[in-house]
Design a protein around this ligand. Sequence first.
Ligand code: ADP
Length: 415
Amino acid sequence: MNILVLNCGSSSVKFQLIATDLEQIVNNSDRRLARGNIERIGGEAIITLEAAGKDPVRSTAALRDTQAAVEFIIRWACSPESGVAELESIADIHAVGHRVVHGGERFTHSVLITDEVLRGIEDCIDLAPLHNPTNIKGILAAREVFGSGLPAVAVFDTAFHQTLPEHAYLYALPYQLYRRHRIRRYGFHGTSHRYVAYRYRQLRGIARAETNVITLHLGNGCSIAAISAGDSVDTSMGLTPLEGLVMGTRSGDIDPAIVDFVAAKEGLSSQQVETLLNKQSGLLGISGLTNDMRELLAEASENNDRRARLAIEIFCYRARKYIGAFLAAVGGADAILFTGGIGENSAEIRAKICAGLKWMGVKLDDERNAAHCNGCEGLITSDTSAVAAYVIPTDEELLIARDTVRCVTGAPQRY
Ligand code: ADP
């Protein structure tokens, strides 16, 4: 089956076209046919398209909305100019997989999209007011382009964490707030945590029930998950993606009393403080320079910039603290898995995070660590390390395509 994977933002669409089926999933032989990115939809959009094995092609075009962007992608993919031999017409696309940010408590796994499912995603808008509406727009746009006969599947960022036990997902707030408004920890990046945990057990040749790991997704957004017997049992992001680790522009954990304090001192509304915590904090806020870890590392080493060093230090310290907490939460784990732009590419950050973990048996192998960058997957600890560490490049789109196949064919999703 040829699956179109769509990740629709407010003015952007990221896509991949992946050929996969149940047999290819088992053999890990799925094929990526094309990928791309359309930004600044609504005006002169910036378009990047890349067929497998070819160089990316950049262009611009006036695209008024998400539907126009999806139409543009299909037209390109099915044209001889793209060079995607598998696609000659729109009929060669067999299903669409949509990334949906919030599935609330209702969606515990990926589902075929029906009108009832759409209403369910709408019901979660309260919980993700910025993301769910744009995801719904994407679903409706694809329906317009393909017709409602083409199967479409929703894959939720929150679904993997629905196995969290009550003691991990409830905040110590008046219980009626949970009952009335469903205020609880949901967690995000679920597709990424699930994928790397799955790859780990493939690499080790172990069963789902034997998978006890801590997964760190360190990108622009950062989160960590504790996985016990294959299930997520705790995670650092909460009701929203603001909680937990230090991120590119998000503060992660803070004393909640800071919100009112800053509002009063700076004359801001609580909404403005929330924006400050989401967009002006984290690595950017501490360094005063950038949210980009690569640039911070360069500033720190080339110019010995104090605040760049501080931002890196706080980032790594928080990650280390969470690893310790989650190891305690699950009663020990066999491995720590690094993923995301920073986790996959920066041997320096991985070394700084693991530096304080020797006491609990994490012995990084410097050569292995340095060798695992740029998409390279594998072990980075020494053979005598009691707790192993791995770099596992994430592939959320692949998992969305695979879930789409499973939903369309009725195959089980726990595997
Ligand atoms: P997103 O969360 O937006 O998907 P990514 O997972 O691509 O983001 O991660 C982006 C982060 O990864 C940026 O801070 C970027 O600087 C960092 N990054 C990418 N490559 C490297 C590298 N070689 N060294 C350090 N950081 C890197």
